[in-house]
Design a protein around this ligand. Structure first.
Ligand SMILES: [Mg+2]
Length: 412
């Protein structure tokens, strides 16, 4: 008997959730049955593939391809615009269901989490994983992968084995047979930039890395090298972090193009604030601190916050305050990344104000306008990166190239 960790990952989350939502809404089509992708506006060149159906995958379409590339690979491709409100709701419902199996859930991203079970034997754990997978399918109408092991790293690796709709184990005694044979780039935290460095050393599989000279890896890749070396050997020293009360809500975006004028920056801030404020209201919270962060094209970084004299959850209000912060601190260098966040949250303030019924309808009205404006101008892909960063998802720490892990953090 030991502690078991499971990693639950929604297969093609954005696509599955959209499909399940459309079925609920009574639409005839099932976008999973055709070559389809979730992606931003096709007319502008910034739209990228955020998720793909199995049929689209057969055409060679990958997440992160531009919509133009995807269209070339499959002329009949169905492009469905993203709907973040559906995703946030779907994610919340999923985690609520998973909570009925264990109170120990660590949310990793909008569609991935870890569940911890105390004193469960391996056979029972596998049985349970299958029943969780089936229940999700029955209740919500989409599939997940579940990885089962004794730590988060191994559970995540197992979850990424063959997809979709599968349960896999990767217990310590199975590392050699199941993990070491995989290409080194399949190891969690080995990204596009690390892979060629490892290949140059003759390291092509996870097993090669696990058996490489530790000192060499450590000297060459520093702390990141030591981390992936440990991961290759199945070691993960991180502790399990059960959910903590939300302390902040934020949203950031690495832009596909440099932003050089204030009007464009404001539009992007608006889109970021829109999702942030919406999430704040979903969490039934109000905030009294707003912040902006700006990364420019020469890696300069500015971050400022402002304490408000009152609590708010209003998009327009937060937007105005963040814009005034931005206008004060921006040094006119071309912008590569913008981030907004709100903190100093209070649940009670939300309850007090909820007697004003028109508050939400006002916000919703603005929401539609804003989202339309963004879609028209940039496509949703312009605002996809790093969404839903909150206190559960710590910001990426130094050493991990952040464009390799959009919206993820180095919490393992
Ligand atoms: Mg997923």
């Amino acid at each position: 008997m030991s502690n078991i960790i499971m990693h639950v990952d929604v297969n093609s989350a954005f696509l599955s959730w959209t499909a399940a939502y459309e079925q609920q809404m009574g639409l005839e089509r099932d976008i999973r049955e055709v070559a389809s992708v979730i992606g931003g506006n096709e007319e502008n060149r910034h739209g990228i593939v955020l998720a793909k159906s199995m049929k689209a995958k057969k055409y060679g379409i990958k997440t992160g391809n531009s919509l133009m590339e995807a269209r070339l690979m499959c002329p009949n491709l169905l492009v469905v615009p993203p709907n973040y409100q559906v995703y946030v709701r779907a994610s919340k419902s999923l985690y609520e269901l998973l909570n009925t199996f264990s109170p120990d859930i660590e949310v990793f991203s909008i569609d991935e989490c870890f569940i911890r079970f105390m004193d469960l034997n391996k056979e029972k754990a596998i049985e349970l994983a299958y029943s969780i997978k089936e229940q999700i399918k029955q209740v919500f109408g989409y599939t997940v992968n579940i990885g089962i092991s004794t730590n988060k790293l191994l559970a995540k690796m197992a979850g990424d084995f063959e997809k979709p709709d599968k349960c896999h184990t990767c217990f310590p005694e199975e590392i050699k047979e199941k993990m070491w044979i995989l290409p080194v780039e399949n190891l969690f935290m080995v990204g596009r930039r690390t892979q060629p460095k490892l290949n140059k050393l003759g390291i092509y599989t996870i097993g090669d890395l696990a058996n490489a000279d530790f000192n060499l890896i450590s000297t060459l890749l520093k702390s990141h090298g030591r981390l992936i070396y440990a991961y290759a050997n199945g070691h993960d020293a991180s502790t399990f972090k059960p959910p903590t009360p939300i302390k902040s809500v934020g949203n950031s975006s690495t832009l596909k193009f440099n932003v050089e004028d204030i009007e464009t920056a404001h539009v992007i801030i608006l889109s970021l604030v829109e999702m942030t404020a919406w999430r704040l209201r979903e969490a039934k919270m109000m905030c009294s601190v707003v912040s902006i962060s700006i990364k420019d094209s020469s890696f300069g970084y500015i971050s400022r916050q402002k304490k408000l004299q009152y609590f708010t959850d209003c998009t327009q209000d937060i937007y105005k305050n963040i814009c005034s912060l931005f206008d004060k601190v921006w040094d006119k260098n071309p912008i590569r990344q913008l981030g907004v966040s709100v903190s100093d949250l209070d649940e009670a303030k939300f309850q007090q104000l909820s007697i004003f019924k028109d508050r939400n309808s006002l916000n919703n009205e603005k929401l539609d306008k804003v989202i339309d404006k963004i879609r028209e101008k940039y496509g949703d892909a312009a605002i996809i990166r790093g969404v839903f960063a909150n206190s559960d998802l710590e910001p990426l720490l130094g050493g991990y190239p952040d464009d390799e892990y959009p919206g993820m953090s180095s919490i393992l």
